[in-house]
Design a protein around this ligand. Structure first.
Ligand code: UDX
Length: 443
């Protein structure tokens, strides 16, 4: 099948490469000429494990190409996929400007029957708006369908090639047949539904996952006060199949390009039809507050923060990505700066992205976790990179001014702490120091 994907961001690029991997001929389009040139020369503008290898092999096989010419890219297309960004407007609503612009361009480029798929996360009713825009410009037949994307950054290729389900929202049998043929090689779990329900499934899924995270974070906060261990609680809860064990990792809250944006957008969508989505508003509020737990613990451990050197391990919103959008690290570091502390920050791959977001003269940029810890009064682990869970903390302790470790992700093991004098502050678990570890050993 011939597939044209418009937009080479996370969703567009990963989907395009994966459609090619399943044997389709894919053209990826972007109006950013320099990005297209980079892609043509084999450079992948995002960090995503496995993506480059797959892009290279499919380009070499002649199944994948890149262009900035939308009209040319659409000539032979059976399916045209809109995967452009829907960034948040100041009021939380999704900005539909790019989707609408692309819809107009599709209208002008249409040259025969095609299925136009909206993959970008869009408010309910957008597909119908896209249909209206295209139909107002072109007399050629076409169908509209909603096929939302559920990939996660850092495992995007794996998620796309092995999805739990693929949701196809369409009111046309012809389009449903075409899209079934396109997606059957990925999974047997094809959910055929109407367009509005498909649009809603995407928001509802992200909002539910965000709710799970805020729920376990609140349980963690209570665990800290009553002396329970949230990792034990989550384990015990997760074995109940009705609850499920995923997305019950307590920490400093969710970040990234989807959950913060989509939760706020759904609140807005509900508000537009005069529905007050109270539960989701609380989820957002809890998430916002959760990151400051790190600051509270620092204050408890150090007293005054002024002039204190604090190492920050991890800037990305989660491991295996260089994405820092809505990363909890942003507000935590801003708070440290406001309190007069000196953040010494490091991340395996996200430092450059973070620097372009927050470049304060008091921030010290460091090459490694050990380097960041030098002469520090405390270390805060904000992203659970695997490397940090392998660090020799005895070595870290030697370079620090005082051994205090705030673990925002419960990523450090008891084994790592053994033989050190660290005062260790996890999330939702009893605080540990050398005496506690000694007691643990006796048990
Ligand atoms: C998410 C959805 O999972 C995906 O389906 C959708 O298409 C896009 O949004 P992504 O943002 O890439 O994907 O990452 P995800 O792995 O879902 O994590 C999101 C945030 O939640 C991260 O900041 C992560 O640290 C946090 N998180 C996740 C927790 O704090 N606890 C958990 O148990 C799981």
């Amino acid at each position: 099948m011939n597939v044209t994907v418009i937009g080479t961001g996370y969703v567009g690029l990963v989907s395009g490469v994966c459609y090619a991997e399943k044997g389709n001929h894919v053209i990826c389009v972007d109006k950013d000429v320099s990005k297209i040139e980079r892609l043509r020369s084999g450079e992948i503008p995002i960090y995503e494990p496995g993506l480059k290898e797959l892009a290279d092999s499919n380009t070499a096989a002649g199944r994948l190409s890149f262009t900035d010419d939308l009209t040319e890219a659409m000539v032979a297309a059976d399916v045209v996929i809109i995967a452009v960004g829907t960034p948040p407007l100041p009021n939380g609503e999704a900005d539909m400007r790019f989707v609408e612009l692309v819809a107009r361009e599709i209208g002008y480029a249409l040259n025969g029957y095609k299925v136009v798929v909206v993959k970008s996360t869009v408010p309910v009713g957008t597909n119908e708006r896209v249909r209206g825009i295209v139909a107002a410009i072109s007399d050629y037949p076409f169908d509209i369908a909603s096929v939302p994307e559920f990939l996660r950054e850092g495992s995007a290729v794996k998620d796309t090639l092995n999805p739990d389900r693929i949701v196809i929202g369409s009111e046309s049998t012809r389009a449903a047949e075409v899209l079934t043929r396109l997606h059957q090689p990925f999974t047997d779990q094809l959910i055929m539904t109407d367009i509005r329900s498909a649009e809603m499934i995407k928001y509802a899924s992200n909002a539910f996952l965000a709710t799970k995270i805020s729920f376990i974070n609140e349980i963690a906060n209570i665990c800290e006060k009553v002396g329970a261990d949230v990792t034990e609680v989550a384990h015990g809860m997760g074995l109940d199949r009705r609850i499920g064990s995923s997305f019950l990792r307590a920490g400093i809250g969710y970040g990234g390009s989807c959950f913060p944006k989509d939760t706020k957008a759904l609140i807005q969508i509900a508000g537009n039809v005069e529905y007050d989505f109270k539960l989701l508003k609380s989820v957002v509020e809890v998430n916002q507050h959760q990151r400051y737990g790190v600051i509270d613990k620092l204050k408890r451990a150090l007293g005054s923060m002024h002039g204190r050197r604090v190492a920050i391990w991890g800037l990305a919103f989660k491991p295996e990505t260089d994405d820092v959008r809505e990363a909890p690290a942003i507000e935590i570091i801003e708070s440290l700066l406001a309190l007069g502390a000196i953040p010494r920050v490091t991340d395996p791959i996200a430092v450059e992205n973070f620097r372009s977001l927050l470049n304060h003269p008091s921030i010290e940029w460091c090459d490694s976790a050990l380097d960041a810890a030098k002469q520090c009064d405390a270390v805060c682990l904000l992203t659970e990179w695997e490397d940090y869970a392998k660090l020799d903390l005895k070595e870290v302790e030697r370079v620090m001014a005082s051994p205090i470790l705030i673990d925002g992700r419960n990523a450090i093991s008891k084994e790592q702490l053994e033989g050190t004098l660290f005062a260790y502050y996890p999330v939702g678990r009893p605080m540990m120091n050398i005496e506690d570890i000694a007691i643990h050993e006796l048990i």
